[in-house]
Each structure stands twice: as C-alpha cells, then as structure tokens.
Design a protein around this ligand. Structure first.
Ligand code: 8YV
Length: 324
C-alpha cells in the first residue's frame, strides 16, 4: 500500500506523475478553493502533503491531522507552518531553499528598476492615449546605477540582490540583518553593515528581504517611512505584513517617499484599496520566484522532500528534526 498524500494546489503534470510512482495521490489540478475547514478535513485523511505558502499547517489544523507525517512547502518562506507545533506532533516540515534564490533576486531587481524608473506608471499613461508630446521631465525618476541600496535581511536572496547591485550597477550596498555576514561574504557582495536607522536614512532604495514572523510584523510602518529620504523607493519582495500597507499608502500619496514596488501584501490576494489608487506604486501578484525553470525546480524539490521522507526517513531540506 502506497502512503496517501495530498497535493494542495495544481502542479506540473510530470511532477504529479512522479509522485504517483511513490504515493496514492489526491491532487487538486482543478484548483478547487479550500476553506480552512475543508482543507483541514482533506489533510486529516493523508499522511503527507505538498503545500504552497497559502495553505496553513498551524496548531488548529494539526489537531485534526493525527496521521500526518510530512509536509513539503513549495516555497522558501514557511510562515504558513507552525514548525514548533509540527515538531511536537512529529511532523516533518520542509521548504525549498536555494533553487529560487537567483530568480527571486532577479525579480527584486526588476521591481526596483520598474519602480525607480516609473516603468508601469508610464506604460499606463501611454495605453490611456495621453502621450501627445515629449517633455523634459516626463516620468523622470530616480537613478539606479551608482546610487545606494539598503538591503534589510541579508540571507541568500538579499546577497543575490547585493551582488547584482554592486557588480552590475556600481551601487553602494548597505545592509542590516539579525547577524552580520562573514568578512568574505561582505567582500563578495561589497556590502557594509549598518544599523536599521542608518539604512533607512541613507538608502536611495530600500529592499526588504526579511522572513515574516510575529517579530518582523510591520518592520516598516509610519515611523520608519518617516525616516526615509523623500526621494527614496521601497521594494517589498519578502512577505505581506512586513510593511504596514495602510501607512505606506499614506506616505506614497503624500509623497513622503517617492515610490514603492510591492510583490507581497498584507492579507493577499486582497490588496489594500488605497494602494490601488496611488500612481507611484508598482504592484505584482507574488511572482518573484515565477520563472518556469524555477517553479519546476521548486515543485521537484518539494516532491523529493516527500519521497525522501517516506523512503529514507528524512526530507532533503528539512525545517525540523523528527523521528520517522
Ligand atoms: C512562492 C515565495 O511562490 O518561496 C517563497 O517563499 O514567496 C514564493 O516563491 C509562494 O510562497 C507560493 O508557495
């Protein structure tokens, strides 16, 4: 008898076929939306699951899932998991680090370029048919090359952005992180460690790449926005909730900062209505890791994490340690 697993959301057909070689798989290729209750009930009937960042595995869910043994998140972030509760219940948790680092760093840079150089705002103007003649200040934005980027959260993705900024765009890189990088890593990224306050006050572009936890909730709120330069841009590719979106909308409307680029939102897929009405913000629907090869690599790693757990007793990229 093959172990019963559930794949919470649609996934590549060949990854599903590979999973079927090892497991009795319940899929959701039709993308039927879950309520918390229907998800909990479905999960409780399986020993393994492949989840995305939108599928909760928290204490309430776990209480009903007494047979659950392993959950593989197809994401590097795992704030949809309660890892201590999973560990207490002997459930192996895993995520998909590394495979998305460079793709996500590319996107962070794309969002920075689009925001600083007002690409989407100018495209909307063109599409509305408002472009009748050239003007010296038409959509003139901030400089990217040679400017100062402040990276808040200097993990793998933060370092990828730093390398692009320093080596590709001749930018000065400052960063703040819970712990300082090694001297070698700082040299490779040409990055200088500064306090959060100095970062906010000095950076021309602030890039957020910190993981979400209750401690990082509203890392950027009204007080932090007030410390930034009025010409600065703010980019969030981390998680919704790191930024106080309501306070950001006010700062953008009042031009207290120049512009923002957001790939993640508090309460997504809902977006704060005030953000939808300000022009100086670039909005994308949580797609930073969305290149086809990377999404494929993430799906395959999540599948391998389940296969490895059920055949070897341990996932390849585990988030906790449990006895099988
Ligand atoms: C995922 C992400 O696509 O990996 C992460 O943490 O935010 C994205 O790459 C998203 O979470 C869906 O699982």
């Amino acid at each position: 008898m093959k172990p019963k697993i559930i794949v919470a959301r649609p996934i590549f057909d060949d990854v599903l076929a590979r999973l079927r070689e090892h497991f009795d798989v319940t899929d959701n290729q039709a993308d039927t939306p879950w309520t918390k209750a229907s998800w909990t009930k479905a999960l409780s009937q399986h020993v393994g699951a492949l989840t995305t960042g939108s599928d909760p595995v928290d204490a309430d869910v776990l209480q009903a899932c007494t047979h659950l043994k392993a959950v593989a998140n197809m994401a590097v972030g795992y704030n949809n998991f309660d890892v201590p509760a999973m560990t207490a219940q002997g459930v192996q948790a895993s995520n998909t680090p590394d495979v998305l680092t460079e793709t996500t760093a590319d996107f962070g840079f794309a969002l920075l370029m689009a925001t600083a150089r007002r690409i989407t705002e100018s495209e909307h103007y063109l599409r509305r048919g408002e472009w009748t003649q050239w003007r010296y200040d038409m959509f003139a934005g901030a400089e990217v090359h040679g400017s100062t980027i402040g990276i808040l959260g200097m993990g793998r993705i933060g370092q990828g952005i730093a390398r692009r900024a320093a080596h590709g765009f001749g930018m000065k890189v400052i960063y703040h992180n819970r712990s300082r990088l090694s001297a070698e890593a700082e040299a490779e990224c040409k990055a200088s460690y500064v306090s959060k306050e100095t970062l906010l006050q000095t950076a021309d572009h602030v890039m957020l790449v910190v993981p979400y936890s209750p401690a990082s909730h509203h890392t950027i709120g009204a007080a932090e926005l007030a410390q930034m330069k009025p010409t600065a841009t703010l980019i969030n590719i981390a998680r919704g909730g790191i930024v106080d979106d309501a306070a950001l909308a006010v700062a953008l409307r009042e031009k207290r900062i120049a512009a923002a680029g957001l790939d993640v939102f508090e309460g997504e897929p809902q977006v704060h209505p005030d953000l939808l009405t300000v022009p100086n913000v670039v909005l994308t629907p949580h797609i930073a890791s969305a290149s086809i090869p990377t999404r494929r690599a993430m799906a395959n790693l999540a599948a391998d994490n389940l296969i490895s757990y059920f055949t070897q007793g341990k996932s390849l990229t585990p988030l906790n340690s449990v006895s099988a």
